[in-house]
Ligand binder design. Structure first.
Ligand SMILES: C[C@H](O)CC(=O)SCCNC(=O)CCNC(=O)[C@H](O)C(C)(C)COP(=O)(O)OP(=O)(O)OC[C@H]1O[C@@H](n2cnc3c(N)ncnc32)[C@H](O)[C@@H]1OP(=O)(O)O
Length: 750
């Protein structure tokens, strides 16, 4: 069944199998929900149906409610578009009267009238349902499964309620049924962390009743459903259960502690507390009251800026795989099996780690055995670090290491499908050396953050297969892969590198060739603006605090400490010559290094670092700052500028937005939302703000333009608004309007 829809087949055993189909993940579009209602009503009425099995087509149960519906709500502001089926379909038609009747016993009087109404409605649900789960059951998909009377699954199916990552809460009864099935603590953990678990783990917690192979899934589910119908198996309504719930006081304690923790680690995520409130309502007043509250809160939370931003980020991330003339011209990805990594330094070993972790064979090439051993040691240490964090088992680590081979010459390069050159000098000569050894189809990739790819490849005959693979450090952790193409890079090579990116679980964003490419170029004013503020007399620790409070993982000065000053010093002249007149230059970094400060690497930067404790401000830094201010001709006697926290955010981020405008204007990115994804995954821009350009559009182009003008008047050309920004401000247009606007993109999807 490939077309979207819901079908029902009634077998001679009296089991109606209802199958949802909406490729690729059987998302619950409004039409699917309507189809489910129709088939359920029919099954309930038919005399030849004794029990129901609910399943999904194409090896997947369901990826949850169709998120396009959220986007439509955001576009129109109309929450009535949302399906209101938590009670009518899930509680009444599928789960049945049992759950509603319970209310007579544990609900407060305030719901008495609604209760009678629901009991009346639920009279149709007189047959048991079993969910037959394969592949995944997420969000509304898992919620549908939880309102069935049992869940049979293949062992590796992925189960979870990731709604909070979209800025909403589970809205099909998840806040009520999950605690009743797995207990409150586990349910809170699964929901707040948006953690998906495998079905075999779900069985331990009581979420799944039995696991079986894909071949036997329908057989076992049919038998189970018939067993419930003839009462040889229990007929359990999840909403009715109380056996896994703790005492009220214990429950309140768990919810309170979880709320406090969530507020501390994610202060800008209102959905976390809202989710806990919905759970609490159900614990205090009963599951049905909880459903009502959940439904009401869902309709409120979906309209928040956080939900809008996170839904935008969801689609923006998926849009990166659609690259005109690459992904839409019928090309097929090549089979990439073996990759050569040339250079085993920090980046090379990080890239090799990412590759072997995901099953690719790696040939690590170094110039001598000492460096080679160091590279292998770093890769091993990377894997051990992951083991310590609990994200890798010993078996997986050993398995990964069997895929790694260290070499000192190019003899193995005859068979590689891709060669990645670490950020090393002499790139040109290395490309010349390997282009004749590697097979003709081999991708020649270089991990560089700034160097012009045209120059790297200019002396080779292989310019069509030269591409930039800009990884972010640590390469085996950071999720972004910036794929840099030149005008000569072939679409096949771009597609193949995108595929490798997906294999190693990165989000590949394809960008054009320019100094700094999309990410480093957009963000070069970030550090420079922080330096300008510092040289205008603003306290550096205050700047860091304000920017952290804005939602960045750390402030710009701490970030410089963590990255080390070497790269920043190396790229400084490159940016200065490429973007003449719009950089802010001081001697600060040079002075830092001269005073023995190399950043976190030697324990001394803008902060002092000691293992096991948080970075501490270093009062002795003031002499370095004073000297730098003096050299920048902002003498120490001058009164420091007075800026509000909001102005600090604006003076740091508006120049970044301004550069993003130039990046869009020059077509360095395919679409504005690619900058959103790159800023979130590459720079740690807060996802709940939707990404850099999305955030800027919530502020408005004319406001940003007017502020930059003001800053330009006061502090010079560093702040001069770009033409692109000026035009959009003049016409009252959003910055993202150059390419596909969110509404156009949505229209195309609906
Ligand atoms: C009332 C309820 O409580 C509310 C809800 O249910 S909210 C929805 C909850 N569900 C989710 O958050 C799941 C979101 N989806 C995902 O995490 C991942 O897509 C997945 C794990 C299902 C699959 O991942 P993966 O295999 O890498 O494929 P991925 O590229 O992400 O998705 C494939 C396609 O399915 C689409 N898709 C996935 N889940 C979707 C959903 N719930 N709604 C609409 N489209 C969805 C993606 O947009 C993408 O479309 P495209 O090919 O046109 O770009």
């Amino acid at each position: 069944m490939a077309r979207a829809g819901v079908v029902m087949e009634v077998g001679s055993d009296g089991v109606a199998v209802i199958t949802m189909s909406n490729p690729p993940v059987n998302a619950l579009a409004l039409s699917i929900i309507a189809g489910l209602k129709e088939k359920y009503m029919e099954a309930m009425k038919r005399n030849d149906v004794k029990a129901i099995v609910l399943t999904g087509d194409g090896g997947k149960f369901s990826g949850g409610l169709d998120i396009n519906v959220f986007a439509k709500v955001h576009m129109t502001g109309d929450v009535s578009i949302l399906p209101d089926d938590s009670i009518n379909l899930l509680a009444s038609t599928i789960e049945g009267p049992n759950s509603a009747i319970t209310l007579y016993y544990n609900i407060s009087f305030k719901f008495y009238n609604q209760l009678n109404f629901r009991v009346l409605l639920s009279s149709d649900a007189n047959k048991p349902s079993v969910a037959a789960i394969q592949g995944l059951a997420l969000g509304g998909g898992l919620e549908l499964a939880m309102c069935c009377h049992a869940r049979i699954s293949t062992p590796d199916a992925q189960l979870g309620l990731p709604e909070l990552t979209l800025g909403v809460i589970p809205g099909f009864g998840g806040t009520q049924r999950l605690p009743r099935l797995v207990g409150l603590s586990k349910a809170v953990e699964i929901m707040l962390l948006s953690k998906s678990i495998r079905a075999k783990e779900g069985m331990e917690y009581g979420l799944v009743d039995a696991t079986t192979s894909p071949e036997n899934l329908l057989i076992v589910s049919r038998r189970w459903a018939l067993g419930i119908a003839d009462r040889s198996k229990p007929w359990i309504s999840s909403l009715k259960r109380t056996d896994k719930l703790t005492s009220l006081s214990e429950a309140r304690k768990i919810l309170h502690v979880s709320g406090k923790h969530a507020k501390k680690i994610a202060p800008n995520m209102p959905q976390n507390q809202v989710c806990l409130d919905a759970i609490e309502e159900g614990i205090v007043f009963g599951g049905y009251a909880g459903l009502l509250k959940e439904s009401r809160l869902f309709k409120e939370i979906i309209l928040t800026t956080t939900a809008r931003s996170l839904v935008h980020a969801f689609f923006a991330e998926r849009a990166t795989s659609k690259v005109p003339n690459v992904s839409d011209v019928g090309l097929k990805s090549s089979h990439i099996r073996k990759v050569a990594v040339i250079g085993g330094g920090l980046m090379g070993s990080g890239i090799a780690t990412a590759l072997i972790l995901n099953g690719l064979l790696v040939i690590l090439k170094e110039i001598d055995s000492t460096l080679l051993q160091q590279g292998i040691k770093t890769i091993t240490a990377n894997l051990e670090g992951l083991m310590k964090k609990g994200s890798l088992t010993l078996d997986k680590k050993n398995e990964a290491l069997t895929l790694l081979k260290g070499v000192l010459d190019y003899s193995e390069f005859k068979e590689v499908d891709m060669a990645v050159i670490e950020k090393v000098p002499l790139k040109q000569s290395i490309f010349n050396e390997i282009e004749n050894i590697c097979p003709r189809h081999c991708i020649l990739a270089t991990n560089t953050s700034t160097i012009d790819l045209n120059i790297v490849g200019e002396r080779t005959k292989s310019q069509d297969r030269i591409v930039g693979a800009h990884f972010f450090s640590p390469a085996y952790v950071m999720p972004l892969l910036e794929i840099v193409r030149t005008e000569k890079t072939s679409p096949q090579v771009i597609l193949d590198l995108m595929t490798v990116g997906k294999i190693i679980k990165k989000v590949p964003v394809v960008v054009g060739n320019c100094t700094g490419f999309a990410v480093n170029r957009t963000f070069f004013p970030y550090n420079q603006a922080a330096h300008m503020l510092l040289h205008l007399g603003v306290d550096l620790y205050r700047i860091d605090r304000v920017i952290s409070n804005f939602g960045m993982p750390m402030g710009p000065f701490q970030l410089q400490d963590v990255s080390g000053f070497g790269v920043a010093l190396a790229v400084k002249p490159i940016f200065a010559s490429s973007f003449e007149g719009r950089t802010f230059e001081t001697d600060l970094l040079e002075l830092m290094v001269q005073s023995g400060r190399n950043g976190k690497a030697n324990g001394k930067g803008y902060y002092l670092y000691q293992s096991g404790s948080k970075p501490k401000p270093d009062p002795s830094i003031q002499t370095v700052i004073d000297e730098s201010r003096k050299r920048a001709l902002i003498t120490s006697g001058v009164k420091p500028v007075s800026v509000s926290d909001q102005e600090i955010v604006e003076m740091i981020f508006f120049p970044v937005v301004n550069e993003a405008c130039r990046v869009m204007d020059e077509g360095v990115v395919v679409r504005a939302s690619d900058i959103d994804v790159a800023s979130i995954l590459g720079m740690g821009f807060p996802k709940y703000r939707g990404g850099l350009v999305f955030w800027a559009d919530t502020i408005g182009s004319s406001y940003i333009y007017s502020k930059l003008k003001k800053f330009e008047d006061a502090y010079g050309r560093f702040f001069t608004p770009s033409k692109y920004l000026e035009e959009r401000a003049a016409n009252g247009l959003p910055l993202s309007s150059a390419n596909s606007t969110p509404s156009q993109a949505l229209q195309a999807r609906l």
